[in-house]
Every structure is written in structure tokens, then in C-alpha cells.
Write a protein that binds this ligand. Structure first.
Ligand code: AMP
Ligand code: ZN
Length: 113
């Protein structure tokens, strides 16, 4: 998918609405439109990176920032436990080709997808 038709780039540019829960100069986090658990957030970099296959050493800090944001947002959203999922590639279940970390939890038994 081209960066210009990327739905998550459009959310970054505020061209389409999202329930944003966190934003800084590099990252954005918002509620998944189709949640699979009581809390289901997506953490994305503002830079368009397709998925983990496209990540290089230069993305090391960005990726760790994304990962470290997960427990902070989980706590702020009342979670005592959570799961992080990163689908990479069509055969990895990826539907939106702008890298995102799913952060979800809240039900008695954690959902699996
Ligand atoms: P994946 O299958 O890992 O690519 O996940 C894509 C996720 O993006 C799905 O869980 C969708 O529900 C979510 N999603 C798609 N469009 C939007 C949107 N406009 N706002 C929030 N979440 C979205
Ligand atoms: Zn994008």
C-alpha cells in the first residue's frame, strides 16, 4: 500500500478521526475501531513503516519507545495485565500496512487472534 492512501498516515495527519489516547512528536496511540477486548489500543509511529520486515537498526529507538509506551497506556486505561501483538505481513494477519502494536486486555480470559 502506498503511503498516500495509508489509513494510519491519514489518522496521523488528522484527515480522518480517531480516539487518540497519546501523542508526541514520534508516536500516536488510539483506540482500535473494532476492539477484541475491553481495552484495545494501537500504538503507531508517525513515520510510515510497513511492518517489522521493514525495520532496520536505525528504528531501534523508535521500536523500544513504542514498546515502553505499552505498559504506560495499559496502566492509564486500568489494565492489570495486557498483551502486545504485532502482525507482520499478509500471512501474519496484517491488514493495515503501517506498523502498529496492538495493546489489549481487560477481560477475564485474554483474547487471542
Ligand atoms: P492488523 O490486522 O494487525 O493489520 O490490524 C489492523 C487493526 O486496525 C484492526 O484491529 C482494525 O480494527 C484497526 N483499524 C482499522 N482501521 C481503523 C481506524 N480507522 N481506526 C482505528 N482502528 C482501525
Ligand atoms: Zn502509513
Amino acid at each position: 500500500m502506498n503511503k498516500d492512501d495509508c489509513i494510519f498516515c491519514k489518522i496521523v495527519k488528522k484527515e480522518i478521526p480517531a480516539s487518540i489516547v497519546f501523542e508526541d512528536e514520534e508516536l500516536l496511540a488510539f483506540k482500535d475501531i473494532n476492539p477484541i477486548d475491553k481495552v484495545h489500543l494501537l500504538i503507531i509511529p508517525k513515520e510510515h513503516i510497513e511492518n517489522l520486515f521493514s525495520c532496520e537498526k536505525k528504528h531501534k529507538e523508535l521500536l523500544s519507545k513504542m514498546l515502553l509506551l505499552a505498559p504506560k497506556l495499559a496502566k492509564e486505561n486500568g489494565l492489570e495485565g495486557f498483551r502486545v501483538m504485532i502482525n507482520s505481513g499478509e500471512k501474519g494477519g496484517q491488514e493495515v500496512f503501517h506498523i502498529h502494536f496492538h495493546v489489549y486486555g481487560g477481560s477475564e480470559k485474554i483474547a487471542k487472534i
